[in-house]
Structure formats: C-alpha cells, structure tokens
Design a protein around this ligand. Structure first.
Ligand SMILES: Cc1cc2nc3c(=O)[nH]c(=O)nc-3n(C[C@H](O)[C@H](O)[C@H](O)COP(=O)(O)O)c2cc1C
Ligand code: SF4
Length: 831
C-alpha cells in the first residue's frame, strides 16, 4: 500500500493543471480569474500555517504522513483536526505520552483530512509490510467542534465517509470487528459559548460511528482504573474551553488511554504464557479462545481474526459481556448528537450491545441474509431500478428509448447488430468485488468477495425481468417521437445485456439463468470484471463474454477498480487467460478514463494477448453530468478522436506482440467498427471476423455482426448435448458498410434520423462574481426566481464546505477540490 501523501492544502495555482488531468474526484473544474486569485491566496498560507502549528506544538511527524494502514497491528494512529491549534497541541501531547510508554507500538500522527477513510477502514487487508500477529490497531482522535457542530470543512470528510459507510448497504455489518478489532478512543474539544448543544459533536459522531462499525472502545471497565477527581476515564471524553476544564478532561482521558494500553500489555503477556506464542496460521486454525473462553486474550493476541469468515469470528470472539462492559464504560451521553440523520445512522451506544447481539444471532442463523434491505430497495427504486427478488434488477437503457424514437441505437447495434429497443439490461447480482471510481452506482451496490446472500430462483428472475422490462416499454408509449412499429416489436425481448451493475457471474446459478434466457431465444452478453476466473471457466457457451480491463498495471488496477481481492491483478490475468479456451466470442472491454488509465498501452496489449480475445472494445468513460453525484468529471471523458488514437496505438502494440511470435502467436487485429456517438471503437481478430471483399479481393469485409437465430440453434443443440461444441465463426453475420470503421456515417445507422449535436453547451454560460449563474445554455438571462434558487443552493454548499477552496489529495493520488463558488461551472449539458 502506497504511503499517504502529505499534501493537505495545495497552492491552487500550481496544482490545477495536474489536478485536472489526474483526478476523477474533481467536483469543479472551471475557474475564473477572480476566484482563482482569491483561493490561491487562501491556500498559499495554509502549509505555512500548518508548519507553524506543528513547530509550536511539537508534533514530531511534521508531515503527518500515514506510514502504515490504520488497521496494521502494533500501530497507534492519532488522527486530529485543528484550525487554531488547540487540538493539534493535544494530539502532540498524546503522541509524546504514548512514545514515553515505550510499549513497542508504532505511533503515527495524521490529519483526518488526509485519510481516505473508505479505503483505510474497509479495504483492511493486511499490509504486506506489517506484522502478521501482534496487538490490535488503535485509533485515537482529537477533534475540535466548528460552526454548527461540524468539523472544519476540510476535515468534515471523515464524518461524511463514516456516515456513508455506516449506512451503505454494500458494507457487511461490523466490518471493523472481523479481523483486527480496531480499538478506538476520542477526545473532543468545543466551546459551549458557541452552542452548548454542539460541544464535542464531531468526536461523538466519529466515535459512535466507529463503534457501530465494530471498533471497540479502548478504555474498558477493567482498564479504567486511573482516576482523576474521583471519576473514571472513558474512551470518549469532551473538553469545553468555555467551562475551562479542557486540560483536566484531556488529562483524564489520556490517563484512561495509558491505563488501557498497560492493561493490554498485561493481557498479551498473560495470553502468551497461557497459550504459548503462536503463528498467525495456528491462531486462526486452532482458536485458543474457543477452548478457554478467554476473549480478551484472544482478541489482544489476534486470535479469531479471519476476516473472510465473519461468521466464525463473530461466533468465536463475541463475548457480549465484554462488549457491554466496554460500551458501558466509554459513553458520555450521545443521545442528541445527530439530528440530520433522523436517528437512522447513529445508534446510542447503550443500544449497541443489543444490536451486536442481534447481528451475531443473524450471522449465526443458518438462513443467509437477503442482499437488499427494504430501505435500500426504496432508495434503488427511486433511482429507476426495478428490483427483482432479493438481488437482481433491470433498468431501461437510454439507448432503448433512443432507438424507439428512431434516433439511433447503441454501439452494440453498430458493432454486433443487436436491436437496442429489444435489449434488456439486467443483473442477477447487484453485488460485486470492486469499488470502481467510474461506477455509476458507486457506494450503492453491495460489495463482497463471494456470494453470501440468499439465492433466488433463476426462472423467477428471468420471468420477472422480462415482465418488468416490457412494462417499462409500455410506459414509453406516450413519449414524443416513439415509432409505433418499433414500440410493438420492443415487447419481444431479443437480447439481454448482463452488465447493468454488479457482477453477474457471482450469482451461483448463473448458468441456469443463461439457459433460461436462451430458451426464450434471448441472446446473452455478459460482462464480468475478471475477479472470478473459476466462474468464467464454469460458464456455459453464451453469445458474447466480456472481461472488463480497466487498468494495465497492478497499481492502476488498485487505484481504479479498488478491488476487494488482494490478488485482484492475478485474478484479472487468470480470467483473461481463461477466455482463450471458451470457444465463443470473447471481448476485452477497455473503458478509458482520461488521466487515469489511458497510459501504459503496451500493458493493455499484453493483457489482451493472454486471452487471444476475439474482439477488443475500447470505449470512453461516460460522465453522467452531475458533478456532485459522480466521481468523474468531464475532464476525464475522452473525445472520440482520442479513443481512435488510443485504439490505433493499442493495435500497434498488439502487432508488436504478434510479430514477436512465440509458441502460440497472437492473431492479427484490425480496426473493424466505430460508433462515434458513444465514443467506441472495435478491434477484431482478422482470422475470425474478416473475409476478402468479393467485389474487391484486395480489401477486407468485416463480419462482426451476429446471426442471432443461428446462435440460438447452436446453444440449444449444446444444451441438449453438451459434447456438441461450436465456435465464433459458426454464428457470424456481415457488418453493414455504415458500421465499418472510417465510414461516413461514423457508425450511425442511416435508417435512423441523426440529431446532430453542434457542440456541447455548458448549462450556464455566465456567472456573477460569487459564482451564481446568470445566463443559460443559450446565453439567455435567467429569471430572478431561477437565480435566487441557484443562490440558495450555493449558500447551502458554502455552509457545507466553507467559503474558501480546499484541495485534498488522497493516498491514491486522487484529488478533490471543494469550492462552493465553482459548483455550477462544471455542469455541462450533453445533448
Ligand atoms: C469560528 C469558530 C466556531 C466555533 N464553533 C463552535 C461550535 O459551534 N460549537 C462548539 O462547541 N465549539 C465551537 N468552537 C470552539 C472550538 O471548538 C474550540 O475553540 C476548539 O478548541 C478549536 O480547536 P482547534 O483550535 O484545534 O481547531 C468554535 C470556534 C471557532 C473559532
Ligand atoms: S465492477 Fe461494476 S458494479 Fe462493481 S464497482 Fe466496478 S463498475 Fe461498479
């Protein structure tokens, strides 16, 4: 894992060009001179300010760099936020006190704004560089309270991340509990002079979210023996500068922390004496605490930490008495802390023991859980998904409507001859094993390495999917421009794209589902992210099998797909190699995100060569146009000519590999089709898809289209007799001239009406000095009411992110600019 970069606030003028190229996290991108000047000035002062604070308070790690994962054993991480230096100073005192303890913990200090909390808390596979056994990680927070009970704007990211993680239905319950049992403590600072209701609110929020996620309060009833003023210490304590008790409360809190660490040391020693020093492997396979019931020793020594087996760990190390003691001893009153969550996100710690008991009971019960809860289902339905059973969904693709209106089909129409208005987009698994930066359902679909949910019947899924899809078609009847002959035909689904969202191949009964589709004479295009090679091997013949290739190096795969599997790169390579033996049409699908994965073209060629894929689809990433909801910005969206250039270079690289020869030489690839409208170019294997043009034998004629009836015939024969084999060349059809690369039509079917875009217009063309739009796309002045509404949105955003501009750089190099005054400028209407 790459070390955390130290940048907290960058001089904007110096960083903007690099940011624009490199970041998929940019919220806003267009800057006017006035705002640039002022924000640059704001930001230039910050590093000096930070350095000053660090020097004055004596934080030894002036960079505040995360050297180790938060989840590394034997590691104490002090995470702090500070604007006027108070909390930074307490963080420094804490650091010194812990260092003086000399208890072999590695102590690191970091600003909360610099941590990618999603990654650090959830992607908590052990860092190769860290110990495989030892004391559980400790996370200590020192956090101030700022306006309205929030953290300073640049640090508010932690609250947002924790809220998202806690409420994200993709995240398994108590993710922090499984492996390392992270211990947590928090000291909050505030002043009741501002608002007594808000004092220490951020610290309380962070603490209670982490406990809800499975972290354990560090100070237990047992360890809280050090007393100040006759009161016990707790894991979470709050100082109030108005009352003037901050130093005393901090000291009390610190004593509790130190007491807990000493207690932990004793437990480790006790544990070692009792069970002898064990290797990690022995610990997990022969669980000492199971035999002895000594939960504390077990959790301290790292026993029961098999993350991939939550049930086992929950069942084994889930001593509720210890948990309840922990929570009982660590809570101040948290009842009124999270008004905006309407009580749904935050659970009082008093209730936490009960909840965890419930969760443990759930995870122990024989019946697997449903993937989608009622609440999540409601949220998904709101976004247009039609949910089927407990883990599947369909959604009407925009190209379906597009072609129903005679405005052209999608690139699959151009490249392979599907009828877009008879194509159903579906998934039998909303879950996947990635968290891709360009995922348009980002943060919503569940994650998991393997299937761990209730499994619905494939017949039911297909039947429901088709019914729901047809109902959605029916609803388009009133849409202006719908061609009624096409609308009638659209009631007959002929194609299914299993690529909506999630990982279809994870569904344990995927083959039965595919058979069901074939029996209905529906062609099958399935897209996998290449994390389940065995499932690829086991897959029955389908019309076209895709593996997404989002990166050409292990490092960029880590950054772009953010996979759950530690061996994701090897899994991808194995998956691609599996394609070689599939027999039917296979596709390597490259989604180009400018500035993220558009380099290293040779690496892509080497990956494609592993599978001798029949086709290579290169497509520019799509930007949905909503800057706040998407991880991507227009800057990351390549133009068609850039995709063409990329594909040509890729072809050159493939040809180099071919020319190098070898035992199993790579076949020749050539540019076959393009669909300009969706920025897509197709490379096809010449040996499989090209024949000499009968009219001009010196020229190639492409056959990338599919004879769907023939495919269904072949699939049915195979279903009746699995020894019957068929291959790519058995169900080819001629590619029409308009679909061929370089045609005048640019891949647009001439039977449809082309609505040409003259250019991409910004949604707003003029803005006032504060960043509020004043003129629309067509340079027409906005009404006063419209301007006022936009002004109110801007004010709201300012309340959230502050007045100035901050650039936060995450470990992966992603950067995020937050500047309320720029919120409308990245908006672009694509027509
Ligand atoms: C502009 C400003 C707003 C504040 N708002 C609050 C508040 O809403 N609630 C609160 O309890 N304390 C509030 N405080 C008090 C701070 O939490 C307190 O001064 C704290 O020690 C600041 O820590 P820091 O200097 O490390 O950032 C505010 C302080 C300032 C300067
Ligand atoms: S694999 Fe697909 S569903 Fe999963 S995160 Fe990536 S884009 Fe989203």
């Amino acid at each position: 894992m790459a070390p955390q970069k130290s940048t907290s606030i960058l001089p904007l003028a110096a960083t903007i060009p690099a940011v624009l190229l490199a970041s998929a996290w940019l919220y806003q991108r267009i800057h006017q001179e006035s705002s640039e000047a002022s924000t640059a000035n704001n930001n230039r002062e910050e590093p000096a300010h930070d350095a000053l604070i660090n020097r004055e308070i004596g934080i030894t790690s002036t960079d505040a760099v995360l050297d180790r994962r938060l989840s590394s054993r034997n590691t104490i991480t002090i995470a702090y936020a500070s604007t006027t230096g108070t909390c930074a100073s307490y963080a420094a005192k804490l650091q010194t006190a812990l260092q003086e303890l000399k208890n072999n913990y590695i102590i690191q200090v970091v600003k909360v704004a610099e941590v990618d909390w999603w990654d650090e808390l959830l992607n908590n596979e052990e860092d190769d560089s860290t110990e495989s056994s030892g004391k559980p990680p400790i996370l200590l927070f020192v956090l101030p309270t700022w306006t309205d009970g929030a953290l300073p704007p640049e640090s508010q990211i932690i609250i947002e991340s924790l809220k998202e993680i806690t409420s994200d239905w993709r995240v398994a319950p108590e993710p922090l509990r499984g492996k390392e049992s992270v211990r947590v403590g928090a000291f909050g600072m505030g002043s009741s002079a501002y608002d007594p209701e808000t004092v220490g609110k951020p610290a309380k929020q962070v603490f209670s979210h982490l406990v809800k996620l499975g972290a354990r309060p560090l100070v237990t009833a047992k360890s809280s023996t050090k007393k100040v003023d006759g009161k016990k210490s707790k894991s979470l304590m709050i100082g109030d500068s108005e009352v003037g008790d901050a130093d005393v409360v901090f000291q009390k809190w610190l004593n509790g922390i130190l007491g807990a660490l000493e207690e932990g040391e004793n437990d480790v020693i006790k544990g070692r004496k009792k069970y002898g020093a064990k290797s990690k492997k022995e610990d997990s396979s022969d669980c000492a605490c199971k035999e002895s019931g000594d939960q504390a020793a077990a959790s301290v020594t790292g026993c029961c930490t098999n993350k991939s087996d939550r049930e086992e760990s929950a069942g084994c190390c889930s001593d509720t008495k210890e948990k309840n003691d922990d929570y009982g001893s660590s809570t101040d009153s948290l009842s009124d802390e999270d008004d905006e969550d309407e009580g749904s996100d935050i659970v009082d710690l008093e209730d936490m023991g009960d909840i965890m008991n419930e969760q443990n009971l759930q995870s122990k019960s024989a019946e697997p859980k449903e993937m989608v809860t009622k609440k999540q289902a409601k949220a998904l339905k709101k976004e247009g998904y039609k949910l089927i059973g407990t883990h599947s969904a369909v959604k009407l693709c925009r190209w379906t409507k597009h072609q129903l209106r005679g405005r052209g089909g999608c690139y699959k129409h151009t490249h392979y001859g599907i009828t877009s208005y008879q194509c159903m987009e579906a998934t039998p698994s909303l879950a996947c094993a990635n968290k891709c930066v360009f995922c348009w359902r980002h943060h919503k679909n569940p994650v998991g390495r393997e299937w761990r949910w209730k499994t619905d019947d494939p017949k039911m899924i297909v039947e429901e999917a088709v019914n729901m899809h047809v109902n959605m078609i029916k609803e388009t009847k009133g849409v202006p421009g719908i061609q009624m002959d096409r609308w009638e035909e659209a009631h007959q689904v002929r194609h299914c794209a299993l690529s909506l969202v999630g990982e279809p191949i994870m569904y344990p009964r995927i083959n039965e589902l595919l058979v069901e589709l074939h029996e209905r004479k529906i062609s099958t295009f399935l897209v996998t992210n290449g994390q389940h090679p065995q499932a690829i091997n086991d897959l029955i013949p389908i019309t076209q099998l895709y593996v997404s290739v989002d990166a050409s190096t292990p490092e960029s795969l880590e950054e772009i797909d953010r996979p759950l599997f530690r061996d994701a790169w090897d899994r991808l390579k194995t998956s691609l190699s599996c394609l070689k033996d599939k027999g039917q049409r296979t596709v390597a699908r490259l989604t180009v995100v400018k500035g993220w994965n558009s380099d290293e073209i040779g690496g892509y060629a080497r990956l494609i060569a592993l599978g001798h894929c029949s086709l290579v689809e290169v497509k520019g990433v799509t930007f949905c146009g909503k800057s706040d909801a998407s991880n991507l910005n227009m800057t990351n969206t390549p133009w068609h000519h850039e995709i063409v250039e990329f594909t040509k270079k890729l072809m050159e690289e493939l040809n180099k590999i071919r020319q190098a020869g070898g035992d199993d030489p790579l076949p020749e690839y050539d540019l076959a089709c393009e669909h300009k409208h969706s920025c897509s170019v197709l490379l096809a294997r010449v040996d499989q898809f090209a024949v000499p043009d009968p009219e001009n034998p010196a020229k190639r004629k492409w056959r990338t289209w599919i004879d769907y009836d023939k495919f269904q015939e072949l699939a049915a024969t195979h279903a009746a007799d699995p020894t019957f084999k068929f291959g790519v060349t058995d169900y080819l059809a001629d590619t029409p001239d308009w679909a061929v690369f370089g045609s005048n039509e640019e891949g647009f079917d001439p039977t449809d009406n082309r609505h040409r875009r003259k250019k991409k217009y910004p949604k707003y063309t003029r803005f006032d000095a504060s960043g509020v739009p004043t003129h629309d796309t067509f340079d027409e002045p906005l009404t006063e009411q419209e301007i006022n509404e936009l002004k109110a949105m801007l004010e709201k955003r300012k309340m959230q992110v502050g007045d100035g501009s901050t650039v936060t750089e995450f470990k992966s190099g992603e950067k995020r600019i937050e500047d309320a005054s720029l919120m409308f400028r990245g908006l672009v209407v694509i027509r």
